[in-house]
Design a protein around this ligand. Structure first.
Ligand code: SF4
Length: 301
């Protein structure tokens, strides 16, 4: 089976748009109508006139696309593509934090469930987290679920940040350790180190740039450096290499792979389009409240 041409046929027949996150396998990134980070995918989801959105990413991205397009069919090719960090924050824990800090605004990373987003003042992504927090009215902000992103924000705001849960993290970025990064720097002494804010603070501290995946693309394009060590999920290297011929990219950790992102294969994408599954549904009452937090982010950023 020539998956790529079959997927192409089906996408046209069904007037479907394929959105692919930067951490997807290379073939899916190339096949996507659009590839980008969470914020870019959320924006694209608001602009499409396709009848169906196929989200090649993880659960919270598909939910976000559905919340922004309640009248469209949104499908995700694998039910196992669930972000473990997003699952670290429960609605109950967030309700308790809100009860303890009734004066606080709540800023949630888009990597969170729709039921939690429904309780937030605004969402944010790694590309705009500090900007969103600084735009909040309250001087106290409950922020979750990523602790490392919370610490990144703490360094860029005067507001009091309350992380929920206390130690939420992305296991993919948590594998990028200081010692390993230093080894890579010794191997490639002319390379700039560019890391994601989901990395540990000590890794962020030695970086030349801390950026979301869209920020990494911009930084590496504009930089006069010819080599880069990239501290994020390894799927990102495909796009960096494709868009920067002549420049060299090395992963900060060779096995920084998100297994949930890699759940989506060409075969699963084909089956998903053919059978229009797995359809993403978000209860109306949750969706109506969550959309306010997503739109607040889109307005501010
Ligand atoms: S890379 Fe980390 S934050 Fe992104 S989907 Fe995978 S586990 Fe979640």
């Amino acid at each position: 089976m020539d998956w790529i041409s079959e997927i192409d046929k089906l996408r046209k027949e069904k007037n479907a748009i394929i959105l692919a996150h930067n951490y997807q396998i290379a073939e899916i990134q190339d096949l996507g109508d659009f590839s980008g980070d969470s914020l870019e995918l959320a924006r694209k989801a608001t602009e499409t006139d396709a009848d169906m959105i196929v989200m090649c990413g993880v659960d919270f991205m598909a939910e976000t696309a559905k919340i922004l397009n309640p009248g469209k069919k949104v499908i995700i090719p694998s039910l196992n593509a669930k972000c473990p960090m997003s699952a670290m924050l429960t609605r109950q824990e967030l309700l308790e934090a809100k009860a303890q800090h009734p004066e606080a605004d709540v800023v949630l990373y888009v990597n969170s469930g729709a039921d939690c987003k429904a309780l937030a003042t605004s969402c944010c992504t790694s590309a705009n987290a500090d900007k969103i927090v600084n735009a909040m009215e309250s001087d106290v902000v409950i922020f979750g679920p990523d602790r490392n992103l919370a610490e990144y924000v703490m360094k860029r705001t005067d507001k009091k940040i309350i992380p929920v849960p206390e130690k939420g993290y992305c296991y993919t970025h948590a594998q990028i350790r200081l010692e390993g990064v230093k080894d890579k720097m010794e191997k490639h002494p002319n390379a700039d180190l560019v890391v994601h804010p989901e990395c540990f603070p000590e890794v962020q501290e030695i970086a030349d740039a801390i950026a979301s995946t869209s920020g990494m693309l911009r930084y590496c394009k504009e930089s006069s450096a010819k080599e880069f060590i990239i501290g994020t999920e390894c799927g990102m290297l495909h796009r960096l290499e494709k868009e920067n011929p002549g420049k060299k990219f090395y992963p900060a950790f060779d096995d920084a792979i998100c297994l949930q992102m890699k759940e989506i294969t060409l075969e699963k994408l084909y089956n998903s389009l053919k059978n229009e599954q797995h359809e993403v549904k978000v209860p109306e009452d949750i969706s109506e409240r969550a959309i306010k937090a997503i739109n607040r982010m889109l307005e501010i950023s």
